[in-house]
Structure formats: structure tokens, C-alpha cells
Design a protein around this ligand. Structure first.
Ligand code: NIG
Length: 408
């Protein structure tokens, strides 16, 4: 475990508590000229250089951070990172004017990725996944949720969850596995038949996944099917997340919140009533602005969710269909420019609130006793992170107190 002394950072920027909701999302603590001492993966001391030096025992590795802003390691709480193949054909069709559904109908959509992913071996998927994770790491991501969902049968979904576990063991980003068997309806089956299969598989999944997710949407899974899957998931000890209100509003948010879901994700079509509901719920609203950019449709009402008091997170939704992007710094910029977030709200959304939605305690904030997951950025002020957009500001990434990537 890492033994590190980070000297004199220009700024250390962090949320004050987990989670940050409503007006608290615009609050961060900015410590100027601050040092950090890290031992056994945990931040042990933080403050003025002379005070922190007194806490040091032994010979830690020294990182001079005079020209850097230190943020909590970024947390990507919604990805579909384990898949084979890419879908550039759909990308071109959409750019020529087709909608996501029309392009998917023409070129295969989720099911074409399912076919490619089924053909790939566990080893091949680990190799592809490691390359994507290395890219995410160098952009500052230190924890990530990954969903299954491109297998759509027992053997293949289990293969995908095993790949996530393999990846978790072999690279630094901490991974949180989610079972998304109900991502699409496999060829040759009805939604009703496949829903029964998903429910029957849940007891086997319980040891392999922490969350269960459903794509609750017209043409995919109904509210009733979602509810049945969720009841069984809870019974098997899984926690819940939901793809809700992406293409149409259908009551998924109310259902998920009433069942204690950790997160409802997408929300591009959320109703006013459900915005108000999330304002007083502990269910996190996870917004995916990269999808709006990539699919060229409206952004979710992020400003309104924060103004109503919701706990809001931002995630990449990395997947081959609706967002081929792993850069959470870009998601922060999109949140500021397209959904009227302040830089402070964007930072809290990709750190402490995303960690909250994944149940990662002591993660996503910088304080004595917190996990030493940090990203050092070559910036004079933290507000430059979303403002100077489209490039990678990360200079060094630290996971559990170890330097796991550095651009020197
Ligand atoms: O979150 N909406 C469902 N799942 C993904 C898209 C997956 C795909 O197109 O392959 C999403 O946008």
C-alpha cells in the first residue's frame, strides 16, 4: 500500500460530505497550498506543510504538487465497458439524420454488440476491457461501475460478470459489477419469456454482482417487468439501479425510488412530478450528458434536479451505441455548458455523489481518514477543469495511495 507525501498542492478541492444534495452541491472546500500524507491507502494528514511533516514516519515517496490542483479520484458510476466490436455504422446513420432507434433498427443496435460479444472469449473481453480501462485511468477515473448486458443469456451474462471480476483484479480502477441482463430482448424470445429467465438467474448472479439494473423503456422492458425483476433482485440481496426515462417517460423513477434504488439514470424525459420526488429521495439522479451530445437529443434537466434538492451524479455511460467516451472531465464541461451546473456542482457530481450511488464509503472526497484516491491536474485553479475543455488535464492518478498513472 502507498506511502506518499504530496507537498504544497496549489489547491486541494473536495466535497464536504457524502452525499452532497441540492444547494450543498455548489459547496466545495478549497484548501490553498496544502500538503497530504498518505499511508496504507488512507489520507492520514492534510494541512500546512510544517504540520503535515510532523505526522510523517519513515521515508514516503514525495510528490511535488506546487503547480497542480488535487481533486478526489473521479468515479464513473454508469458504464457498459465490457463489449466486443464497435458501431461506427450507426454513428454515421445518426449523423445523417436517423434517430437512435432508427439507426439501431437498420444496423443492429444493442443486438449487434450482443452478437460480437457472445463470439468473444473471456480472455478477449479482458484484453479489450483493459485497454478501455487504461484510457479511463489516464483521464482520472479511479472507481467505475460496469454493467453486463451484452450477453443476454445465462452463460454469456455470467461470462461478462466474470470478466469484470478479472479486470478488477488486474488493473487499478476499483470496479463495481452490475447485472443488466434486462438490457434488450434476445432474438427468438418474447420480453415476457426473457423476463422470467432474468428472474430465474438472479440467485446465481447474487455472488457476482452488487447491483441489478433494467432498461425500462418502450420496446425493451415494461414497468411491470421491471418491478418483478427488482423484487427478486432485492430478495437475492442485490441493490437496484435503473435506466429510466431515456427515450420516453414511463414511471420508472417513481418505481425505483419507492423500492429504494441507489440510482436512477438517464432522465432525459423525466416529468416535473418525478423531479420533485427525487428532490426529497435518497435515490441518486445519475445524468449522462455524453449521450445527449452523441445522440443529438435534449439534455436531462440537471439544473432543475439540483434546484429541487436532488442528489445528482454525472457519469460517462461508456458504450458502443450511445456514448463512445470515457472522459469524465468532458462530462463536467457538458454539465456546466449544457445544463447550467457550476464547476463545484460538476466536481461533486463526478466524485462524492457518484461514489454515494455506488455505496463506496470514504470515497469521492479528500479528508483525513478518506481513501487516498486522487487526481492531480496541471491547472492554476480547479474551475479550469470544466472551462478548458476537450483535453486531458490529469498529470498523475493515485489509487489507494499508490501512483497508478503519471504523465511525466
Ligand atoms: O444507456 N439504453 C440502454 N443502454 C445504453 C445503450 C447501449 C447500446 O446502444 O449499446 C445506454 O444508452
Amino acid at each position: 500500500m502507498g506511502h506518499l507525501f504530496i507537498r504544497n498542492a496549489r489547491q486541494v478541492v473536495t466535497a464536504l460530505q457524502q452525499p452532497a444534495r441540492g444547494p450543498d452541491m455548489s459547496r466545495v472546500k478549497v484548501y490553498e497550498r496544502t500538503s497530504l500524507y498518505v499511508r496504507d491507502g488512507i489520507i492520514r494528514a492534510m494541512g500546512a506543510l510544517a504540520d503535515v511533516e510532523k505526522e510523517i514516519s519513515g521515508q514516503p515517496q514525495v510528490v511535488d504538487a506546487e503547480k497542480q490542483v488535487v481533486l478526489p479520484g473521479l468515479v464513473d458510476s454508469h458504464t457498459h465497458l465490457v463489449f466486443a466490436g464497435t458501431r461506427e455504422e450507426e454513428f454515421c446513420l445518426r449523423n445523417a439524420g436517423l434517430s437512435y432507434q432508427e439507426a439501431a433498427g437498420r444496423a443492429g443496435g444493442i443486438l449487434s454488440t450482443v452478437a460480437a460479444t457472445r463470439r468473444a472469449s473471456r480472455e478477449e473481453l479482458v484484453e479489450i476491457g483493459s485497454r478501455y480501462l487504461a484510457l479511463a485511468l489516464r483521464h482520472g477515473t479511479t472507481s467505475m461501475e460496469i454493467k453486463s448486458g451484452y450477453g443476454l443469456d445465462e452463460e454469456q451474462e455470467i461470462k461478462l460478470l466474470q470478466v469484470i471480476h478479472d479486470l478488477d483484479r488486474m488493473q487499478p480502477i476499483q470496479l463495481v459489477p452490475t447485472y443488466l441482463g434486462a438490457h434488450a430482448i434476445p432474438p427468438g424470445k418474447t420480453a415476457a419469456q426473457y423476463t422470467d429467465e432474468v428472474i430465474a438467474l438472479l440467485p446465481r448472479i447474487a455472488g457476482l454482482a452488487r447491483f441489478c439494473d433494467v432498461f425500462c423503456e418502450q420496446g425493451y422492458f415494461t414497468l411491470e417487468q421491471t418491478e418483478r425483476i427488482f423484487h427478486q433482485a432485492l430478495h437475492c440481496g442485490l441493490k437496484l439501479r435503473l435506466h429510466a426515462d431515456q427515450l420516453s417517460a414511463n414511471g420508472g423513477v417513481s418505481l425505483a425510488a419507492s423500492m429504494g434504488a441507489a440510482s436512477v439514470d438517464h432522465l432525459e424525459q423525466i416529468s416535473r412530478t418525478e423531479i420533485a420526488l427525487l428532490g426529497s429521495s435518497n435515490t441518486c439522479a445519475t445524468l449522462l450528458p455524453g449521450v445527449s451530445l452523441f445522440l443529438r437529443y435534449g439534455y436531462p434537466p440537471g439544473r432543475s434536479l439540483i434546484d429541487h434538492g436532488a442528489i445528482v451524479a454525472l457519469a460517462s455511460n461508456f458504450n458502443p451505441g450511445s456514448c463512445m467516451c470515457l472522459n469524465l472531465q468532458l462530462m463536467m464541461s457538458l454539465a456546466c455548458t449544457q445544463m447550467a451546473f457550476s464547476p463545484e456542482e460538476a466536481i461533486n457530481a463526478v466524485t462524492v455523489n457518484a461514489a454515494y450511488s455506488l455505496g463506496l464509503e470514504r470515497t469521492g472526497l479528500i479528508a483525513a481518514g478518506a481513501m487516498a484516491d486522487l487526481v492531480l491536474m496541471d491547472l492554476a485553479d480547479y474551475r479550469l477543469a470544466p472551462y478548458f475543455f476537450g483535453i486531458n488535464h490529469a498529470r498523475m492518478v493515485i489509487k489507494r495511495g499508490r501512483i497508478v498513472w503519471a504523465n511525466v
